[in-house]
Design a protein around this ligand. Sequence first.
Ligand code: UDP
Length: 217
Amino acid sequence: MPIPLYGVFGASGCGRGIMPLLRAQLHGKANADQIVFIDDAPPASQLNGHAVLTWAEFLARPASERSVALAIANSSIREALAQRCQEAGVSLLAVQAANVVQMDDITLGEGALLSPFVTLTSNIRIGRCFHANLYSYVEHDCIIGDFVTFAPGVKCNGNVHIEDHAYIGTGAVIKQGTPAKPLVIGRGAVVGMGAVVTKSVPAGVTVVGNPARPLVK
Ligand code: UDP
C-alpha cells in the first residue's frame, strides 16, 4: 500500500537546515524513510539519517503522493525546480520551525520555508517560495514578492515592499517606509551582508554598507 513521500530538494547547507524542521513537522505522520533529500548531484547516498535520491529516483519510488520543499538559497534555481515539480504533479511543501511567530492577517504563498526564530508580524503579504532564514523578521504592512530570500538575521521593518527574486544578506537592516511611500527593494536586487538600507533600491542593483549604496565594481 503506497504511502506519501516527502522530499527536501537540495542536500547542501540550506537543505540540511530544513530537513530537521520537516521531520519535526511530520512527527507522528511519517517515518524517517518517507522523508528524503533530493539532489541532482547527490553528495552521498545517505545524509543525516535520510536517503539522498536523484529526481528520477524520487519520482520512481512508489508513493501515494509526493511533495517537496525547495531548500536552495538561489531563487532562480528554486523557480526552475518549482516548474519541474509542477510539470511532474509534485506539490510544494511549506516548512516552518515550531517556534516561528506569525501574528495577524498574513498571506503566505506556497512553498515558504521559515527557519527557527523567524517572526512575521501583522498585515503582511508574501509570494511563492519565500525563504526566511534564522532569526529574520518581517514587520507590519510589508509586501514581499515571489522567490525572495532572506539570509539569517534580516530585519525588515514596516511598510517595505520587496519585489520578486530579491536577496537580502545576513544581518541587513531595512528602514521602514510609510503607507504613502513604502521603501521598495526592486526585482532581483541584492542587499549585502550587514547593509543598512535607508532608501529604495532599484531592480537588479546590489547595495552594500551603512548607509547602503550601490556596489561599485
Ligand atoms: N542543486 C540541484 N539542482 C539544481 C541546482 C542545485 O540539485 O538545479 C543542488 C546542488 O547539487 C547542491 C544544492 O542544490 O547540492 C545547492 O547547494 P549550495 O551549497 O550551492 O546552496 P545552499 O544549500 O546554500 O542553497
